[in-house]
Design a binder for this molecule. Structure first.
Ligand code: C2O
Length: 341
């Protein structure tokens, strides 16, 4: 049975998964009576997602403006920065039930990871684009799989910018090198991080992912338990960087804790790169299957608010190709492809 969209009226106070205590914040979304079955709109103009470290002044100014406007929306507007951050919390911190069961929904550690985050970014991006009246606006991706992108992108590290977040590990602001194997301690030998990162990427994208499950994560449907098993990127570089960016004290806020990670503007660039790696993986598969021909996956569905504040139901089946969703990524070199150990 595919996972089905939660009943928002039954959202309950979630759990802080770092401490296993009840959350002290409520991250349930506004409720709406009307739910629209979402159809991908015809692509008229392609959105362009640039590498964050290559983005120019004009682009950065535009992006800052958009996030500033999002932060200025009233808290109860589902498109506000606060509500957008809560979306992550609600789907990850065990606030939702599956209809007809009391198993709590958690979209991580499973094959729902890529599609769910793709939808999350999709609407976040469209809301920003609408706020600045720019249908070509695309999120910047944090190109941490390339040596030139292996540090926190500068636009996020400027105090006073709407892209700045004070709740971070302050030792990891630029020029600290992002460690894709970070496990809570800084590597003793900093000179080897870049090399190790490239080996890590080769493993996550090529060497260790011959089966689809290895890449996507394990099957999770409404009858089985969640947290079945994460794919290679989710488990590896993705989680390492969540921890690397978040504080190493308290609960890892903001980036290093599920409930607070959406409050970190860098989150969306981190995941734009994860999203890009998904597209690259599909390209690298050649003639091998690129996704699961399984209706339990394809028909899984979620709820989001779109850029017009309408509640929409979306399906995994519509996420398989980023171009069909109306956006593309800047093409950059993939040095990890040459790092076969
Ligand atoms: Cu939903 Cu990177 O976590």
């Amino acid at each position: 049975t595919p996972v089905s969209a939660p009943d928002l009226t039954k959202c309950t106070r979630g759990t802080n998964l770092n401490t296993q205590q009840p959350l002290d914040v409520n991250c349930c979304p506004p409720v709406s009576e009307k739910i629209i079955n979402y159809k991908l709109p015809p692509v008229k103009t392609m959105r362009f997602r640039p590498a964050a470290h290559l983005a120019g002044k004009e682009y950065i100014a535009k992006y800052e403006k958009a996030v500033e406007l999002m932060k200025a929306l009233p808290d109860d507007d589902p498109r506000s920065f606060k509500q957008q951050a809560n979306v992550h919390c609600a789907y990850c911190n065990l606030t939702y039930e599956q209809p007809g069961s009391d198993a709590k929904l958690q979209i991580h550690f499973s094959w729902l990871f890529y599609p769910w985050h793709r939808w999350y970014l999709y609407f976040y991006e469209r809301i920003l684009g609408k706020l600045i009246n720019d249908p070509t606006f695309g999120l910047p991706f944090w190109n941490w799989d390339h040596p030139d992108g292996m540090f926190m992108p500068g636009m996020f590290a400027r105090k006073g910018s709407p892209l700045y977040d004070a709740l971070r590990n302050l030792n990891h602001l630029p020029p600290a090198i992002a460690d894709l194997r970070y496990d809570g301690k800084d590597a003793a030998d900093q000179s080897r991080i870049i090399q190790n990162n490239l080996v890590e990427m080769y493993g996550e994208m090529v060497r260790n992912v011959s089966q689809l499950e290895d890449f996507y994560g394990v099957k999770y449907d409404a009858d089985t338990n969640s947290s079945a098993g994460a794919g290679a990127v989710e488990r590896g570089s993705h989680t390492a960087l969540h921890r690397w960016v978040g504080q190493d004290t308290h609960g890892g806020e903001d980036m290093g804790n599920f409930y607070s990670t959406g409050r970190e503007p860098l989150f969306f660039s981190h995941h734009a790169n994860v999203d890009r790696l998904w597209s690259l993986f599909r390209g690298l598969r050649g003639s091998k299957p690129k996704d699961f021909p399984d209706s339990d996956w394809l028909d899984s569905n979620f709820l989001f608010y779109d850029e017009n504040a309408q509640l929409v139901r979306v399906r995994v089946a519509d996420t398989l190709e980023n171009e069909k969703m109306g956006y593309t990524f800047q093409k950059v070199d993939l040095p990890w492809l040459r790092f076969r150990p």
